[in-house]
Design a binder for this molecule. Structure first.
Ligand code: NAD
Length: 371
């Protein structure tokens, strides 16, 4: 299992190589952080993490935020006053140029994605996110953007290292030799490479975080794109409501993962984006608290105050056997790592999904109805 592991992570934070594009690069003067009225662009802002990131920057006092998503505005997960919210398809080159204009920092979170059920079934849709990433980073560069953030994924890692639930935590160098998750993971890996080359050839500062399973409110909790923590909360709530005390689990339940609460995620994005040591350097953004899906069910049952009979659907999508985040590198670089425990984050998530469930029952608008 360890045989394909390669050298320790190296950063690309050194000087870019020389080429004709460096003429443009020389004109690009980057600051460490934005001024409060500099234009920040968040793409995928109608979704889970993008919406939370907009709120994070508003709470920090930033006053000039442009939020973009393909979904019509009424379908966005979060709405914030004082934000320039635009519904636009960013797989179109011209749209990327329009929204990137005057942006000082760009956070690229738009992607066609979902949980295991979605990414195993709709590989072409996942691969087509390359259009968004290709056009968005070029538009960022042409607009003279100072820093560009890219939301990569732990699905970029070599899947051969994740065949056993006896997991060795994945460190950044484990993405190569490459054998990423089909579709979604390969798209992430290639888009990471764009980020590295826009720094190396053209001198645009880029940041790359490999997210490990992000959860929390207001994330997708029903409809097919939801991830395991939200799905477990919903299934426990449904079982209680129906008085049918059983739960269907995808796979054997022995699949192991780590789950990062949304508050850690947005803080990590900010820290990674503004670290001079991490320019164009993929870094894990996840907790190292690994649990099995069976344990996740037990925690959710305890929160819901119920014990359910478990039925295992061995034909359902289950993803890799085991995956955890090795946080040695992020600790070395930032002296920080995501640390909100799953028991704490899941309690908040469960309560929110329970409310969503009741709202839907009562005919009120919910996140999943509008997704
Ligand atoms: P999400 O689905 O909630 O948000 C993504 C948003 O992108 C959606 O609102 C969608 O409408 C929008 N989008 C899709 N295609 C678009 C297009 N052509 N133009 C404009 N907008 C478009 O997903 P999320 O969980 O918020 O994920 C954000 C980013 O983080 C994605 O790049 C995702 O791959 C990455 N990521 C997320 C997780 C996780 O656990 N949530 C894990 C790893 C990586």
């Amino acid at each position: 299992m360890a045989s394909v592991r390669s050298s320790p992570p190296t950063t690309m934070a050194g000087r870019p190589s020389l080429c004709k594009e460096n003429v443009i690069m020389a004109k690009r003067v980057t600051r460490n952080a934005c001024k409060k009225d500099d234009l920040i662009l968040v793409t995928g802002a109608g979704g889970f993490i993008g919406g939370a990131l907009v709120k994070y920057f508003l709470d920090k006092g930033f006053t000039n935020i442009r939020a973009v998503d393909k979904k019509p505005l009424p379908m966005w997960y979060q709405h914030h006053g004082g934000v320039d919210s635009i519904s636009m398809d960013l797989s179109e080159k011209d749209n990327c140029s329009k929204v990137a204009s005057n942006a000082v920092e760009i956070y690229q979170l738009a992607a066609d994605m979902g949980g295991m059920g979605f990414i195993e079934r709709f590989r072409i849709q996942c691969l087509r996110s390359i259009l968004i990433n290709t056009h968005m980073i070029e538009a960022a560069y042409n607009a003279g953007c100072q820093r560009f953030f890219y939301s990569s994924s732990a699905c970029a890692y070599n899947t051969d290292l994740q065949k056993s639930p006896e997991v060795i935590a994945l460190k950044e160098s484990d993405a190569y030799p490459a054998l990423a998750e089909r579709g979604y993971g390969w798209e992430k890996l290639l888009s990471e490479m764009f980020c590295q080359e826009y720094w190396s050839e053209r001198g645009m500062k880029t940041a790359i975080a490999r997210f490990h399973n992000v959860y929390g409110p207001p994330g997708t909790w029903d409809g097919g794109r939801e991830k395991a923590p939200a799905a477990m909360c919903r299934k426990v709530i449904e079982a209680k409501e129906a008085g049918r005390h059983e739960i269907v689990i995808w796979g054997t339940g022995e699949q192991a993962r780590s789950f990062m609460y949304i508050d850690d995620c947005v803080k990590g994005i900010d820290l990674i984006m503004h670290s001079e040591k991490l320019i164009a350097t993929p870094v894990n953004l996840g907790t190292s608290e690994m649990i099995t899906i069976n344990e996740l069910v037990s925690i959710t049952e305890a929160i819901g105050g119920v014990k359910l009979k478990r039925k295992y659907d061995l034909d359902a999508p289950k993803g890799v056997a085991g995956r955890n985040s090795d946080n040695t590198f992020i600790m070395e670089m930032l002296g920080w790592e995501p640390s909100i425990p799953i028991r704490k984050g899941l309690k908040t998530t469960y309560k929110w999904i329970e409310q969503q469930y009741q709202d839907r029952k009562a005919g009120r608008k919910t996140v999943e109805d509008v997704a």
